[in-house]
Design a binder for this molecule. Sequence first.
Ligand code: GTP
Ligand code: MG
Length: 238
Amino acid sequence: MKVGLVGFPGSGKTSAFFALTGQQSTLGHSGKGPGKTHFAAVPVTEPASARVVRPRRQVVFVDVAAPPGVAGRSFDAQVMLAMREVDVLLQVVRGFVSSDGSPADPVGELTDLATELRIGDMATIDKRLGRLQREAPRPDEQALLRRLRAHLDHGEALRELSLESSEQSLIASQQLLTQKPLVVLYNLAESDLDAPLPTDLQAHIARHKLPLVPLCSQRSDSLSVTDLIPLWQALKAC
Ligand SMILES: Nc1nc2c(ncn2[C@@H]2O[C@H](COP(=O)(O)OP(=O)(O)OP(=O)(O)O)[C@@H](O)[C@H]2O)c(=O)[nH]1
Ligand SMILES: [Mg+2]
């Protein structure tokens, strides 16, 4: 199972990658990167994953770097491609005040990433529909793609639709982003770990049925096996 740590600049993806894998990822821009987006994969072999996560499925975390020099919330083609290649999106959401004093905006980050993923899927579907129309019409696939497109137009993620397995296989090769399971890693300051979730965040995750795991990826001691159980459980359900 390949799990992509995705999110906006400064949300703590690389810190989470380090906390979860024990390996330092030097990739990503963070103002000092090589000016390109990258991702790195590390297998997790510790006993916690072996016990709780599905047997025989190795978990690989990928630090999907934010685009260089982009302070805002949009992704370049390379990041979109990296996200397509993972099985599960683990969105790291900043729950702490950033070093420049920006307050946390977890619902804003979740909404903006969802929009980016939807726009990406719309482009993928439009491209595929254009190709089918020009080259080799396949009525079943075209009808399904139009249905999915309408769903995206209504602001919904495709994971919220239940599709027949025959429909799943028609579109499997498209690697649609909003179809991928999404788990929220709510990255908090150590002192806030036991605080209740903000009410707007609670409402958002309930409405979109998103699993949320609070975690402090930058802490004085390393994460213990117990700290990680909620994350393994969320991933196991994907
Ligand atoms: N207080 C607090 N700060 C954190 C936490 N996690 C990360 N940070 C800080 O937030 C900043 C950004 O963290 P990174 O892990 O580099 O964030 P990123 O998402 O990888 O950023 P980009 O690669 O630039 O997109 C760094 O200065 C970290 O020290 C946390 O759990 N609590
Ligand atoms: Mg990073």
